[in-house]
Ligand binder design. Structure first.
Ligand code: ADP
Ligand code: MG
Length: 566
């Protein structure tokens, strides 16, 4: 019973901080069970890991929260937000200085993701994982303050956010319905021959480069009639919007007219967004991968030969490695790695692409003969990619009309409004022949799938067998190594980064000298889908969120010690 925790806290009050270890265990409160999994060893260590579990009959959430995976994930995401908001509403903690006395939970952004911070048990009990900085004065236990945390603060948070009677039921419904609709929309793309959908009325621009909430006063999206499609959704009825067809789509238009903003919304469309985000009904093929140049990255044994071959030093580009990739080689490697992981949609923005990977015009072809140029630009590969491998491309390009020759669809952004410029672009292409030589060999060809080496993945640090940590969305500290994810655009939540870090360790254990990288990352993702995020860690922790196999592969590919064979 909870009384026992009170007794312990009173007994250890004023003693050395390590005495908090005595609190570890489970305690039955009136409305919930409190589980102190791990009490920190000193006031400056990582805060203590705590769980609260509320039984189904007490929490009282309706069955509709659990009926499908989509609904359950959205339900848990909603509760995670509510719990974080309740912590905020409780205001500045009054239980000591610094992190001491602080209750914290991972803070969700604009995406609805499966989160380990809230799980539901088979019996539909709701469990929240959070951390508590156990209060200290100097290095001694402040037992009374700890008592206030566990007997006043935590129960108040539970009452405010984990009971159906306390939550905004309409907001919860909406959260579930929007998620269900978005998943439905995403699943509907393929049969309609689409790779993305942007709903009329969607607000795509963000408040700022560091604030992912919608821009106030952003011009709502309005689809061009010729690209307009209607899709029936289970909850919100029929939505209309722009369907982006499979094939090669260009987004053109003047600078500042909203091209990159549209592409970025599509790239985030692999995830579901919360009600009010503006991108609730903006979705993309779930395998879409944003591609960019990323000079300086390491590349391990990647077959980049479809794009780069015949290097002056005679190196074999079918198994290309470098410690310091150039803009074009890094972009080629990023494309080939995405193909290796099974993408069906590449998203490329001129703003972050290597020019020599994208274009090579007639004049340059005259000056530098094709057999002197190792790079086959994307323009000469995109069609074969679609025809041979079924991989579509959406490309922002404001600077090269040569691409009209290979485009299936051309969307022109004008003052944030898209127009279907396909017919005009085709007429222009017919009138002004670009006279490029197509430096195209026949098919796209096959590419290698690499087999990773387990021993090249080592997160040990000092005496610790494995120590990994997320650095926001920008990277991972993996033992003594840093994995730079700043160019991996579709890692969108620090909780994903944390989960990917653990996923890398899980992947290592599945590497057996035969399985390909693709098989390994898929196996990890499947395990998480089947068993939940807890499959990634030896003990239950909050602060993890699901990721795609693509981003796990991206992290492994960027670990500088990573080794693989073909
Ligand atoms: P481009 O890639 O065409 O140069 P961007 O997409 O970078 O243009 O957009 C330029 C600016 O316009 C950005 O600050 C962006 O936030 C803003 N913007 C984009 N779309 C909209 C919109 N629908 N309503 C209002 N502002 C927008
Ligand atoms: Mg741009």
């Amino acid at each position: 019973p909870a009384g026992r925790l009170r007794d312990i806290l009173r007994r250890i009050d004023g003693r050395g901080y390590k005495a908090y270890k005595d609190c570890e265990g489970a305690y039955a409160f009136d409305d919930f069970t409190l589980i102190i999994d791990h009490a920190q060893g000193d006031p400056f260590a990582a805060p203590s890991r705590v769980r609260v579990r509320v039984a189904a009959n007490v929490a009282g959430f309706p069955a509709g929260c659990f009926t499908t995976r989509t609904r359950e994930v959205a339900f848990r995401d909603f509760l995670a937000r509510g719990f974080a908001a309740a912590i905020d509403a409780a205001g500045q903690n009054r239980r000591g200085s610094g992190k001491s006395g602080q209750i914290a939970v991972a803070r969700p952004g604009q995406e609805v993701l499966e989160r380990s911070s809230v799980v539901v048990t088979a019996e539909h009990a709701v469990e929240v994982r959070f951390t508590v900085g156990l209060p200290a004065r100097g290095r001694s236990v402040l037992g009374r303050q700890a008592e206030a945390i566990f007997f006043e603060d935590v129960p108040a948070l539970v009452r405010a956010s984990l009971l159906y009677a306390a939550v905004d039921a309409a907001a919860l419904d909406r959260h579930l319905e929007v998620s269900e609709d978005a998943d439905h929309l995403r699943a509907a793309l393929h049969d309609r021959g689409l790779v993305a959908f942007v709903a009329d009325g969607a607000v795509l621009p963000r408040a700022s480069g560091v604030d992912d909430r919608p821009l106030k006063g952003g011009v709502p999206f309005a689809s061009p009639p010729s690209l307009r499609v209607e899709i029936d959704l289970p909850n919100c009825g029929t939505v209309t919007g722009m369907g982006v067809p499979a094939g090669i789509t260009l987004i053109v238009g003047g600078g500042f007219h909203g091209k990159s903003t549209l592409l970025r919304a599509i790239e985030r469309g692999v995830y579901t967004h919360i009600p009010g985000d503006g991108r609730e009904y903006v979705v993309a093929d779930p395998t879409a991968v944003k591609i960019r140049a990323e000079d300086g990255r390491r590349v391990e044994q990647v077959d980049i030969s479809p794009f780069i071959a015949g290097l002056p030093d005679g190196r074999d580009t079918r198994a290309f490695s470098t410690e310091n990739a150039s803009g074009s080689t890094s972009q080629a490697a990023n494309i080939m790695e995405a193909l290796e992981s099974g993408t069906r949609l590449l998203l490329i923005d001129e703003d972050t692409a290597a020019t020599n990977m994208m274009i090579r015009d007639r004049r340059m072809q005259e000056l530098v003969a094709d057999d002197q140029e190792p790079i086959t630009p994307f323009i000469d590969r995109a069609r074969a990619l679609y025809r041979d491998l079924g991989v579509s491309t959406v490309l922002v390009i404001g600077g090269s009309g040569d691409y009209f020759d290979i485009a299936d669809t051309v969307v022109c952004m004008q003052a944030y409004r898209p127009e279907d410029a396909t017919a005009r672009a085709q007429a222009i292409a017919a009138r002004y022949a670009s006279e490029r030589f197509t430096s195209q060999k026949d098919g796209f060809g096959t590419f290698m799938r690499r087999v990773p080496e387990a021993r090249s993945i080592d997160a040990s640090k000092g005496r610790r067998e494995a120590k990994v940590a997320a650095d926001g969305v920008r990277g991972i500290r993996f033992g003594v190594h840093e994995v730079d994810l700043s160019a991996v655009a579709q890692v969108v939540d620090p909780a994903q980064t944390a989960a990917i870090a653990h996923g890398m360790l899980r992947a290592k254990r599945l590497m057996n000298g035969r399985s390909t990288l693709d098989e390994v990352v898929r196996a990890v993702a499947a395990e998480v889908e089947r068993e939940g995020l807890d499959a990634l860690t030896s003990h239950p922790v909050g602060g993890l969120a699901t990721f795609r196999p693509f981003e796990l592969a991206a992290a492994l590919n960027r670990l500088r010690t990573f080794r693989a064979g073909q």
